[in-house]
Design a protein around this ligand. Structure first.
Ligand SMILES: Cc1cc2nc3c(=O)[nH]c(=O)nc-3n(C[C@H](O)[C@H](O)[C@H](O)COP(=O)(O)OP(=O)(O)OC[C@H]3O[C@@H](n4cnc5c(N)ncnc54)[C@H](O)[C@@H]3O)c2cc1C
Length: 471
């Protein structure tokens, strides 16, 4: 998703397993229907609905914690952030245990759109760090392709492909803006950026709809569910102890240490890190009301035919239409189109509606695509955690208790990167020298504000604009 507001698919659900088919809203009574609708609204529909969990054979289910353990650090939540943190701690020889309420990748990390954006949303927020953001920007320069680097290093099989990240511009003035802002990424951050004209764009995208483009060569795509599980598997190989279906329920002091208990076991550790993002349970109230939850959806098509693949985005770059991206687009390693956006408040479960909107955009962008059958395979939702600041929240909740969370729609690079950097601080016991500020969580009085503004106003207006050909 290019921007949280506009960059992140009706009455039938697609792509869920046989078990999930039991909750197809078409067959349900009104009470069940509202439960199912609610799970789409809450981004908690079964992870087996996510297209990222399909076409794969061997995902491990981690065991439930059923004993009392001791560790140096216990990590709560195995998404991209918690998995990276666990991997980098284990790699450094730190004794780490991970408790995940469901299974690794169940949260936003198994539900996202798969875009790897090698830029930051707002460099100004970083420049406000005490050192002017120097250390963090130097680290971002070094690690801005982290999903690809980690996948290569550990051999993750997660469809991590550096196909480039293409901002497709419909007008020259938009192109000038994006060209100007690409200078920072080229000059300060050493990234390879190509400025594309209409001939290049036609060649790369197969479409004449977007006459200009700015291509970040180090971006691309990843299967975020497999990426998360890759990191967790690597962490286990390095000695981490990982437990699934093990919700952390209570946290208390045990002498100088912390005791974190689940229903059937506990971990006593020197330090605890909550990586619960937009899916916190009530265990640490400070992290339940310090962000704006935003419901987003994604969908995948059935694999395209070879003829369709020649026509639709043959260059395979991850595609973001700027300035307003209602159709964040990739073609994955299974030759499926993956699209994502934000549902209006009335339609979080309406796969058919969202698919039709995207199909209309595909047909407009690639008119020859009307000759091909493009069918919906899977539809799912998830929750994004927004903050007032355009930087994730790294929190100190109490002595030895931390939080790493709220990655907006930029988690595929930022969550693994910050997981690695936090692991370094924990391992060296230098939490006062992190390359970003450690904050106290601030309560937000109206957490639903952003969701309502975005889903009631911005998204419907943007869709109308797209329908009438404004962009
Ligand atoms: C539809 C959608 C599209 C997106 N598209 C993109 C994209 O294209 N590119 C990009 O970079 N980012 C994207 N994002 C954002 C990205 O997915 C998130 O920023 C990232 O996954 C956050 O990772 P995380 O580890 O912080 O949280 P999560 O993956 O949400 O993990 C949190 C985990 O904590 C667990 N948990 C909570 N409470 C407890 C407890 N008490 N005990 C144990 N476990 C607990 C949950 O079960 C969950 O598994 C998208 C998000 C969505 C929803």
């Amino acid at each position: 998703m290019k921007s949280s507001a506009v960059a992140v698919a009706g009455a039938t659900l697609y792509g869920c397993s046989a078990d999930d088919a039991a909750i197809n809203p078409v067959r349900l009574g009104s009470t069940e229907l509202s439960r199912v609708n609610n799970s789409y609204e809450m981004g908690t529909a079964p992870i087996s609905c996510s297209g990222w969990t399909q076409h794969i054979s061997d995902i491990v289910d981690y065991p439930t914690l059923e004993r009392d353990l001791s560790a140096d650090v216990v990590v709560v939540g195995a998404g991209l952030a918690g998995s990276s943190l666990a991997l980098h701690l284990a790699e450094a020889g730190v004794k780490v245990a991970v408790l995940e309420a469901r299974q690794p990748g169940w949260g936003a990390s198994g539900r996202n759109a798969g875009h790897v954006l090698p830029t930051l949303k707002d460099v100004k927020a970083i420049r406000s760090f005490p050192d002017g953001g120097k250390r963090f920007l130097a680290l971002f320069r070094e690690h801005h392709a982290m999903p690809f680097d980690l996948s290569a290093k550990y051999g993750f099989d997660c469809d991590a492909e550096q196909t480039g990240y293409l901002n497709a511009c419909g007008s020259e003035s938009t192109f000038q803006d994006y060209k100007n802002s690409s200078r920072f990424w080229q000059e300060d951050q050493g990234q390879k950026v190509d400025l594309l004209d209409s001939v290049d764009m036609q060649r790369m995208t197969g479409s004449s709809y977007y006459p200009y483009g700015v291509l970040y060569r180090s971006g691309g795509r990843v299967n975020p569910y497999l990426f998360t599980n890759g990191m967790i598997t690597a962490a286990v190989r390095k000695g981490a102890q990982v437990y699934g279906n093990s919700e952390a329920m209570t946290l208390g002091k045990l002498g100088e240490r912390w005791k974190l208990s689940s229903a059937k076991g506990s971990v006593t550790a020197d330090r605890v890190v909550f990586c619960t993002n937009a899916y916190p349970t009530g265990i640490v109230p400070q992290v339940t009301d310090n962000f704006y939850p935003l419901t987003a959806y994604a969908l995948s098509t059935k694999p395209l035919s070879p003829a369709a693949l020649e026509v639709i985005n043959p260059g395979k770059a991850t595609l973001a239409q700027v300035p307003i991206d209602l159709n964040p687009f990739i073609i994955d390693g299974n030759n499926r189109i993956i699209l994502s956006s934000i549902p209006s408040v009335f339609s979080p479960e309406d796969a058919g509606l969202h698919f039709r909107n995207h199909l209309a955009w595909i047909h407009r962008t690639w008119p020859q695509a009307k000759d091909f059958d493009i069918e919906l395979e899977s539809y799912w939702t998830g929750r994004v955690a927004l903050r007032d600041k355009e930087f994730p929240g790294v929190f100190e909740l109490g002595s030895g208790v931390y939080g790493l969370m709220h990655f907006n729609a930029w988690g595929n690079i930022m969550a693994p990167l910050l997981g690695m950097l936090l692991a370094d601080g924990l391992m060296k016991d230098q939490m006062d020298q992190l390359p970003f500020p450690l904050e106290r969580p601030q309560r937000i009085s109206n957490p639903n504000k952003q969701d309502l503004i975005i889903r009631k106003l911005i998204i419907p207006a943007a869709r109308l604009g797209q329908k009438i050909g404004y962009f």
